[in-house]
Design a protein around this ligand. Structure first.
Ligand code: 5RP
Length: 219
């Protein structure tokens, strides 16, 4: 089974958490693109979606699904998104698609965060995937120096501007022994908008698609 087929399988399995009349929180990325494609079958039964990126908004709208403003919707019952890495404790690294800040906002505003991954994303310890950090442009060098002090090797993601007008530093070689502490520490740096650790608000459900089928972990 190809990686893409496993992503599709995870996306299909996530439909179980989508109920009639819901406004569905929708993340970003290739796995979520499959989810949006699957959601089309429920288009008439849901109220709409709150999107975490311009890319997902465009795909949702092209599929005929209404995209709503989080401010007018309030708390969401469910948020479905992918991840770059996930542990069995349902802590994540996200932001490979540079949408981490809006993803974190929609996750925070949701009662249940259903994370959908293929089994290549499952790790024992977070950090093999470089940690994305969204930074206000003028603070890029300052934040990079602070990230070096924390033991990482930040690399500027050239040519990428986030939906919020900021830049991304991808931090390599971090030793992430305490993800929640590091998430807080990096967020305290002046100029950091958000980092891709989802440890303080981890997923509630992790849907993992592998060669032998779907495994679901819950908090
Ligand atoms: C975007 C994300 C994505 O969820 C993450 O990069 C996984 O993407 P994909 O499903 O394409 O592997 O965090 O900012």
């Amino acid at each position: 089974m190809s990686a893409d087929a496993r992503k599709r399988a995870a996306a299909e399995a996530a439909l179980e958490w989508v109920k009639d009349g819901m406004v569905v929180g929708v993340g970003t990325g290739s796995t979520v693109n499959h989810f949006i494609d699957c959601l089309v079958s429920m288009r008439q039964r849901i109220k709409g979606a709150v999107s975490s990126s311009q890319a997902s908004t465009a795909r949702l709208q092209a599929a005929g699904i209404e995209v709503m403003d989080l401010n007018s919707v309030g708390e969401l019952e469910v948020y479905v998104d992918g991840a770059d890495e996930a542990t069995r404790h349902l802590q994540l690294i996200k932001g490979g698609g540079a949408a981490l800040t809006r993803e974190k906002i929609v996750a925070a505003a949701s009662q249940r965060f259903v994370c959908i991954v293929d089994d290549s994303k499952l790790v024992d310890v977070l950090g093999r995937f470089p940690l994305p950090v969204e930074v206000v442009p003028m603070a890029r060098s300052y934040v990079a120096r602070q990230l070096v002090r924390l033991g990482g090797q930040p690399v500027y993601r050239e040519g990428v501007v986030t939906d919020n007008g900021n830049v991304i530093l991808d931090v390599h070689n971090l030793e992430i022994t305490d993800p929640a502490a590091l998430e807080g520490e990096i967020n305290q740096l002046a100029g950091v908008v958000c980092n891709g650790l989802f440890a303080r608000r981890p997923a509630d459900v992790l849907v993992i698609a592998g060669a032998s089928g779907i495994t679901t972990l819950k908090r």
